[in-house]
Ligand binder design. Structure first.
Ligand code: GLY
Ligand code: MN
Ligand code: MN
Length: 443
């Protein structure tokens, strides 16, 4: 089974985008740039998701230009030239010829010639599609190219009259995943689920959180997912109540719950899974009560996801289940309606139930259209991740509840009639988690 996007699919994406562009327009999409980590060390390079979605081209210092209807080729790429000395030190480059051969560009030029060539490509087009405001340096360069054309109006040059936001069209395309994208996301989900299982089986009280992080990253990279899709969170005990905890340097104690939020990136697609499990392999009574409640909220939310439901329904389900459960357990007082209206549940459940998922972990795509929540359609992928977090400082609740932090997160694709869970290969029922952990201890 292939987990690659084909050259034909990249071409189809460009065609779909061009078909939606206004007449007489041009789109300009820059690649990501390399960033310095410290002194002369760079961060690992990650291509810009928009650029990659349209090209599959993984190198920095490149720009894609789409020119619908251009006789000499609609797809133009500027990129680094081949250079044996640079390639000897820093790795292979496709060069303009390689970009045409392997990535389907009609025309490609050295990036160093862009200032000379690009104004000529823009000239005569009415509208420029471009992600304005994302990169100040590139914004300035676009304006310089426009000014080159403006300076030649007396010689008959025709500068564009309109700038349009490219994100709007492109991000709506990215919101709907193709069969090939879903195959990759399923595989990313599987690798990430295996990594969570590995962390559960390796966990012992007395370990440091980062030791579980290392098991997670090991499982990702040995399966070809060399990077996580976002910073791995391993929070033991009350650290599980810090939503974006990143220190991962605390000792895991007997009796702690461990919350791990980790997902790999595969072929530029993200997985995003959270599991919470007892460090010693057995939930305490209070831990299990809050865990079962979080799980009920998550399962009900997943059951609500289908074409025709609106984006916010899953969130509303989680709020109802968690608020009622917290009332029943005595952590909240009052009637359900009042708890929801006054939002007192937010001291325990303060985030939303999910987000779009794709090439970016918090993926692109509008959540509302024309002021109303978006209606779900086949091919959309989202996370479902309710949580309950009882602050260690919350003196309004009994001591036994304090410092318990739980989140359960899965990735879900909307199908024709309902939805498919992409991350189901890691247990989440307490007895299944305990069984997995017991098995590893007996071994
Ligand atoms: N891991 C980030 C999130 O769950 O949204
Ligand atoms: Mn998430
Ligand atoms: Mn997450």
């Amino acid at each position: 089974m292939t987990t690659k996007i084909s050259k034909q699919e990249f071409a189809r994406r460009r065609r779909d985008l061009m078909a939606q562009m206004e007449p007489d327009s041009i789109a300009i999409v820059p690649a990501a740039r390399e960033k310095i980590r410290n002194r002369d060390v760079e961060f690992p390079f990650r291509q810009d998701s928009d650029f990659y979605y349209l090209t599959g081209f993984p190198e920095p210092d490149a720009v894609l230009v789409l020119l619908p209807g251009r006789e000499h080729g609609e797809v133009v790429v500027f990129c680094r030239e081949r250079d044996p000395a640079m390639e000897l030190w820093n790795g292979y480059r496709a060069g303009p010829e390689g970009v045409c051969e392997r990535y389907g560009a009609d025309d490609a030029f050295p990036i160093g010639d862009m200032d000379e060539i690009l104004p000529g490509l823009i000239e005569g087009r009415e509208r420029v599609y471009y992600a304005m405001g994302r990169n100040a340096d590139f914004d300035r360069r676009v304006m310089q190219w426009i000014n080159v054309i403006r300076s030649k109006v007396r010689a008959g040059a025709h500068p564009p009259g309109e700038f349009l936001d490219l994100d709007h069209l492109l991000h709506d395309l990215r919101l709907f995943k193709s069969a090939a994208e879903l195959r990759i996301m399923r595989e990313a989900g599987k690798i990430s689920a295996d990594a969570h299982c590995r962390a559960m089986t390796f966990c012992q009280p007395g370990m440091i959180e980062y030791q579980l992080e290392s098991e997670i990253l090991h499982e990702f990279s040995r399966n070809g997912a060399r990077d996580p899709a976002y910073g791995t969170i391993v929070g033991a005990g009350a650290n599980g109540c810090i939503l974006h905890y990143r220190e991962n340097n605390t000792e895991i104690r007997d009796g702690d719950l461990v919350l791990i939020d980790a997902g790999c990136e595969l072929e530029h697609y993200a997985a995003d899974i959270t599991r919470t499990f007892p460090a010693n392999g057995k939930f305490s009574k209070e831990q299990q009560a809050l865990y079962e409640l979080t799980l009920a909220a998550q399962l009900d939310a997943i059951a609500s996801i289908k074409p025709g439901a609106h984006w916010n329904e899953a969130h509303e389900v989680t709020v109802r289940v968690i608020a009622q459960g917290l009332i029943d357990l005595g952590l909240l007082s009052g009637e359900l309606k009042e708890v929801i209206e006054t939002e007192t549940y937010k001291q325990f459940y303060m985030h939303r139930a999910g987000h779009w998922l794709g090439m970016d972990v918090h993926d692109v795509g509008d959540y509302k259209l024309g002021g109303s929540w978006r209606v779900l359609e086949e091919g959309m992928v989202m996370t479902v991740e309710p949580g309950i977090y009882v602050s260690p400082n919350n003196t309004a609740v009994g001591r036994k509840w304090r410092g318990i932090g739980i989140r359960i997160e899965d990735d879900v694709a909307v199908t024709k009639k309902a939805c498919e869970v992409l991350t189901g290969d890691v247990p989440k029922a307490p007895r299944d988690i305990e069984k997995l952990m017991r098995g590893s201890r007996a071994a």
